[in-house]
Design a protein around this ligand. Structure first.
Ligand code: C2E
Ligand code: MG
Ligand code: MG
Length: 681
């Protein structure tokens, strides 16, 4: 049964009303479909195909074949050039109903109009946002690009010429401006963004642009899908010129790890190389620590210019002798170190020590003709008696002290003392029981705002009251805890105890309750339960997560460990903050900070120490702090011992500080008194 004219009119009116407000192609199709269904008898077939604006070869091109029992009603757009936006296919019976045909045609025309309105609205809003972006871009140096699915530039903001060395960018291929090394990663990034990427279709990277005028500016690129879900696959990119910033980072990183006088690696870089060598475990690794005997008298007698030249010549002699076999470093003052990696035997290492002593005992002639007699003491340690780089360096130090007290000009090898070994074995045996017996306890050291002196947090520091050896600092047993795996239960106890303490500070300090900063070891991070156990502690203590800071060391971050990174992200998602501890003592390039999920940087004491006296150190720290703060990270200067160091830290831009000047680590009870006293001021 076909509907009668009054019903046809009603259907037409309803369809017109729905089509007039349809917001997208799907709604147009649905409205048309409903109307045609009402106009045709039950069981009659019809089919609707709407070509969406972004379909290049859409269904609108469909032409029914010879024998197909359908009739065709094109849904024509009012601008004929645009072609039909779709077709309506109905069966022959329906098509034969001449009374229905005008109604179907009328609806098709309305659908076409609706489609055109939708297309125009999208166009206008795109145009409007383009204008706004353009207006904005004229005021900034950032470059905005829009590239199409083929990677060609569809739009470039006015400042693009400065970066690319040309303003003729339309239709150029963006990736042609990158060298072949960067291109695969850039292609990957764009694909990732178009696929809706992990971070909601956003991506970031640093690119070095090969500009047409020969320059190679470095830009920080942020890209995202222009219209998420849109089939056009356009990508919008913002390019921020960071050339100067990256150069500074690079320069600062180099300065952080090299000695300016000799150009040799410094202590930090040396420690890192030693760690690598020990981990690589190919044959014995040796460290030779070299100390010039009585160098003070050279400086006093001949002046600093001669002293400096002597140090440079010593560095050359050492480098010549060690050559490709290892690394030579200057630790500062008249202290040098050599790492020998591929020694065949320990005897081979000792032979090197003999040659070092001999070479450094030859007089040094400066360019000004001064001849300086010289001698050096050398301490030798090998992996024969050390399992870690840390131990290796400590042993070499002990050997050097022995060589010095033996009158100088000699070398000594490290001899393990039996008492040390026994003590170590004893601690190892006792540590397991220490937690259960309540022999471990925490102290808390205030972290203060350098500007106001107000306490913003406390760092929890672990101690062990040993029945025989008395009170032990963490340096004596953390390594054992890590070796034995005991660090996991111990760390859990530390976190729980510290969080409970932090909860008590709330009562004393009210609104501005200090946070607690807890040192977390790599082993804890890798244990499967760490994030969950932290979440359980939050619930149990009721402490807001933002009042917990987890301190991790650089070496933990540097191992590209997905598990650790994932854990960090989860912890931050819960609201806890993450601090990188002892920053500057691991070999991390500053640029690395940009990638780590991080909130606070704790600048190692090593940097603070020279602040008050060395202009160079001040410049270095200032650079580091500036970059760190540009990343929105807070900086805590560690180990501030004097008022001058406090002032210098504040002057270089550090916001917070910690150190004996403010307070030594104290008991939990004392923290409450400390906070109460602060409230009274
Ligand atoms: P850290 O995290 O860098 O802690 C700061 C250390 O510097 C503490 O040593 C503190 O007492 C000391 N310190 C603070 N102010 C000054 C100052 O002005 N001058 C000097 N010279 N030193 C200052 P402590 O307590 O011996 O801790 C040593 C390290 O042991 C800590 O270094 C941390 O890495 C580790 N540690 C401490 N507690 C724990 C813990 O619960 N778990 C883990 N995994 N490690 C811990
Ligand atoms: Mg710490
Ligand atoms: Mg520290």
């Amino acid at each position: 049964m076909f509907p009668q004219p009054p019903e046809v009119d009603r259907v037409l009116r309803d369809a017109a009303a729905e089509l007039a407000v349809a917001a997208g192609a799907e709604e147009v199709v649905a409205a048309l479909d409903r109307a045609v269904t009402r106009l045709t008898p039950v069981g009659a077939s019809h089919e609707l195909r709407i070509r969406l604006p972004e379909d290049s070869a859409g269904s609108g091109d469909h032409r029914p074949g010879e024998g197909e029992p359908v009739a065709l009603l094109p849904i024509e757009a009012s601008t004929p050039a645009a072609g039909p936006v779709g077709i309506l296919l109905v069966d022959r019976d329906t098509a034969a109903r001449t009374a229905l045909r005008p109604a179907l045609e009328a609806m098709s025309a309305q659908a076409a109009l609706a489609m055109e309105r939708i297309r125009l609205t999208a166009e206008v809003s795109r145009y409007r946002s383009f204008r706004e972006v353009e207006a904005l871009m004229e005021q900034t140096h950032d470059v905005v690009l829009i590239i199409d699915g083929d990677g060609r530039i569809r739009y470039a903001s006015p400042s693009a010429g400065n970066v690319f060395g040309t303003s003729a960018l339309r239709h150029a291929r963006l990736l042609d401006f990158l060298d072949s090394v960067q291109r695969p990663a850039a292609e990957f990034l764009l694909r990732h963004v178009r696929a809706g990427g992990a971070d909601r279709g956003e991506g970031r990277a640093d690119w070095t642009i090969q500009a047409l005028d020969g320059r190679t500016p470095v830009v920080e690129v942020t890209c995202r899908e222009l219209r998420p879900g849109d089939a056009s696959r356009d990508v919008a990119l913002t390019l921020h010129d960071v050339t100067a910033q990256r150069r500074l980072e690079h320069d600062l990183t180099a300065r952080m790890f090299h000695d300016s006088l000799t150009g040799l690696p410094n202590r930090v870089l040396f420690a890192e190389r030693t760690e690598h060598a020990v981990a690589a475990d190919i044959g014995p690794t040796a460290v030779l620590l070299v100390d010039l005997d009585d160098f003070g008298s050279v400086n006093d007698g001949f002046g600093h210019v001669v002293g400096d030249e002597v140090l440079r010549q010593v560095s050359r002699r050492l480098s010549d002798l060690i050559g490709e076999r290892g690394v030579v470093a200057r630790f500062g003052g008249d202290e040098f170190a050599a790492l020998v990696q591929d020694a065949d035997t320990v005897a081979d290492v000792e032979h090197t020590a003999v040659r070092l002593c001999r070479s450094l005992s030859l007089p040094i002639r400066t360019s000004g003709g001064t001849v300086v007699a010289c001698r050096a003491s050398v301490g030798v340690a090998t992996t024969l008696h050390a399992g870690s780089a840390h131990e290796l360096l400590r042993n070499a130090n002990q050997a050097l002290r022995a060589a010095k007290s033996d009158g100088g000009g000699k070398w000594h090898r490290y001899e393990p003392s039996t008492t040390d070994q026994m003590r170590h074995a004893q601690l190892r045996a006792d540590l397991g029981r220490a937690v259960g017996e309540g022999a471990l306890f925490l102290e808390y050291q205030p972290i203060v705002a350098l500007g106001t002196g107000r306490t913003v947090g406390f760092e929890a520091l672990l101690r062990w009251q040993h029945p025989t050896y008395g009170r032990l600092p963490p340096g004596e047993f953390i390594e054992i805890a890590e070796d034995t795996g005991l660090i996991v239960p111990i760390g859990e106890w530390v976190l729980a105890t510290a969080m409970r303490a932090a909860d008590r500070w709330h009562a004393g300090a009210q609104v501005r309750a200090p946070y607690v900063s807890v040192n977390v070891s790599a082993h804890q991070f890798r244990s499967d339960d760490f994030v969950d156990s932290f979440a359980r502690l939050l619930t149990a203590t009721g402490l807001p997560a933002h009042r917990v800071v987890l301190e991790i060391t650089e070496s933990l971050l540097l191992r590209d460990d997905d598990k650790v990174w994932h854990a960090l992200e989860l912890l931050r998602a819960k609201g806890a903050r993450v601090a990188i501890d002892d920053f500057g003592t691991g070999y991390s390039a500053l640029g690395y900070l940009r990638q780590i999920p991080l909130d606070i940087v704790k600048l190692d004491r090593l940097f603070v120490r020279g602040l008050a006296t060395s202009r160079r150190q001040r410049d270095l720290v200032e650079g580091i702090v500036t970059l760190t703060r540009a990343l929105n990270l807070d900086v805590v200067a560690e180990g501030i011992e004097t008022e001058r160091e406090r002032q210098a830290s504040a002057a270089t831009g550090c916001t917070y500080g910690q150190g004996y000047l403010f307070a030594r680590p104290m008991s939990e009870t004392d923290t409450l008194t400390w906070l109460a006293a602060e409230q009274d001021v």
